[in-house]
Write a protein that binds this ligand. Structure first.
Ligand code: TRP
Length: 320
């Protein structure tokens, strides 16, 4: 089937290997055969913090990450929320389609509130999943490659599409989520891999930074390396990371290391990660800041053209 693929990221910091194996690799594979939009979700940055921070810097770095992994701006429309007013305007009718109780039940939002350091929960925190539905539907997106934490949000987009169509006639396709098939990577400290926790290998990290981070990774004192997710989660995670980079099973790597202990494991994983990132680092260096700004200008323009058409259709369906 011919899909319109839409996905995106908040520009809050550099992308890491968890993102890569979770969703970025999928995007690169999909760009050949489908229409694709990649959103830099700048308005979504202020859901769980008061200020957008170094937003321009973060957007530039995110664009560099995209180009480095091989997204091709000639085929993929890369754009940002704040440059497409017609997308944002969809939030208004969409909010009328969901109840407050539904907004309060969203498990990802609840988790984010629980981990937030903000004094008060803003209205945007509860409504951003509906804004995200606008992200997906503004281009009549049909396929949304995301990590597991985003499934409740795709569910909101499906609900909004269905209810809009019921009330006003058929305008939107009902989008589907697409999950990465790869195992979930944890951070090198054993916790959730996160942009902000210092426990992730960034796609933009140098060889030395990568080596230092893996050297610090938590392991255990057993010399014989085995793949045992239950009993030895930190070792298993390193084996998974090495396996993903080498295209091999974690068990076969454990076998190869045998009783070499954590030091040999870390050496092997460091080399595997650095080898894997080499072409990505090289492509990153091939782009200047001026190039990436141009990519964004063109992407914003294309996204806006699409958004104008869809918003017109929405207004017509509603009788405005
Ligand atoms: N919420 C997503 C994240 O934090 C980013 C995002 C914004 C997104 N809009 C989207 C993802 C639309 C998929 C589709 O990672």
């Amino acid at each position: 089937m011919d899909h319109v693929v839409l996905t995106g990221d908040r520009p809050t910091g550099p992308l890491h290997l968890g993102h890569y194996f979770g969703t970025l690799a999928n995007r690169v594979a999909l760009q050949d055969s489908h229409t694709m939009y990649v959103l830099i979700a700048d308005y979504q940055v202020i859901t769980d913090r008061d200020l957008p921070g170094e937003i321009q810097r973060n957007i530039t770095e995110l664009l560099l990450d995209y180009l480095a992994i091989g997204l091709d701006p000639a085929r993929v429309t890369i754009f940002q929320h704040s440059a497409v007013p017609e997308l944002n305007q969809l939030l208004l009718p969409f909010l009328s389609l969901v109840s407050v109780a539904e907004l309060q039940r969203n498990p990802t939002v609840k988790d984010e509130i629980a981990h937030s350091s903000q004094q008060a929960v803003s209205g945007l925190m509860f409504t951003y999943p509906v804004h995200q539905a606008a992200d997906i539907l503004f281009c009549k997106g049909t396929l949304v490659p995301v990590g597991k934490d985003q499934l409740p949000h795709v569910e909101v987009a499906r609900l909004v599409a269905r209810r809009f169509n019921e009330r006003y006639g058929p305008v939107f396709p009902v989008p589907e989520a697409m999950m990465g098939v790869r195992p979930l990577l944890k951070g090198l400290d054993g916790g959730k891999m996160s942009k902000s926790r210092g426990n992730a290998v960034h796609l933009s990290a140098t060889e030395d930074e990568t080596a230092a981070l893996i050297r610090k990774a938590r392991t255990d004192a057993e010399r014989l390396i085995t793949y045992d997710e239950e009993r030895r989660p930190e070792v298993a995670n390193l084996l998974t990371l090495g396996g993903l980079c080498l295209g091999r099973s974690p068990e076969s790597i454990a076998e190869e290391i045998g009783d070499g202990g954590a030091a040999a494991l870390k050496r092997l994983v460091t080399e595997a990660v650095n080898e894997f990132l080499r072409p990505i680092r090289k492509r990153r260096r091939e782009h200047t800041e001026a190039d990436v700004r141009q990519v964004l200008r063109e992407g914003n323009e294309r996204a806006r053209e699409r958004a104008i058409v869809i918003l017109d259709e929405v207004r017509a369906a509603m009788g405005f």
